[in-house]
Design a protein around this ligand. Sequence first.
Ligand SMILES: [Zn+2]
Length: 346
Amino acid sequence: MVSFEAESSTAPLELLARVEFMCVVLHGAILGVLRRKRVRGFSARVVLTGDIVATVRRLRPPAEEDSRMFTTERLGGTVMGKILPSTADGSSFTIILSDAVWLEDNAEATAHGASIIAHELGHCVVESCRRASGYTPSMTDLTMGESVAREIAGDALEEYRVGQIENAVLGAVGTSGKGDDAVPLALHHLYGDDYVHALDEILTGVVYPGWPDRVQTYRDWKISMEDMWEGLARSAWEASVLIAHAAAVALSADEPDPITEGEFADAPAVSLYLGEPWECIRDIADSVSVLCTPAASAKMEERVYTEGVDAVLAMFGELGLRFTLLPGGRHHLAVTAPARLRDDHS
Ligand SMILES: [Zn+2]
């Protein structure tokens, strides 16, 4: 079941009806697939909003997620949707959607809007699966590095899986092209080269030499350890999520993964830091079908929380960062010179 409401939206009434209809169609498409996989369905409350930040902050349960403020700014894009789990057994979710993509009334805007709904429904599927499996990774006795590495590896895995669910749902309800040339609608029809451009910008504009420079700035006593680590952790998370999205888009076009074998495989940001963790996470994800049983999903997450987390920690090691937990629960971070290209003395 889908319930639908709008808040602080200046959108006309016929637009609301259009979005609501699309939510019902896509939710039905997902439930159809889940039923075939014998995974329980879920209901959703959709809130269409003119101000996604305000709506997320208002509706988010106080204990949910971390103390960081929710913002829509991300490396390589803006957040247009967000899910909030609303019941403890995972049977109902709140999906908050920005009305921004829906304000234009044409086929392209509709397809883009549908992809955002399909994406958020994909998160509901993964979360339903997680709850059905009963798997909860232990969160005690983690170093600062391990906590962040878990978020990075877990979210990169989830975004890659959700991208593929989104792609399957789009293909089930829409086509691209005309007449006999029409093919099932896929992520790459909507996003084209957008992610390639975003990756290019981030890998060369933010990650390298930005990351090692940031560590070095701390080693030169110009910023505090908190500033250095918090900025790096956030940037590593954003870059990893972007890589996962880009990989799902490339896969939808049967193109090679832009990081492991495609155009960025030799970029220093990839060969020095991001390549190995992503290859590890993607290999684990590709070894299981996207819509799998809850038990298989839990097993995949468990592997990512061990092997994937180790790979992310090794990446932080390349950046000169090593974390230990001292007796009494205090955190220690040892910082040495970050790895750079051999001929780069900056
Ligand atoms: Zn997502």
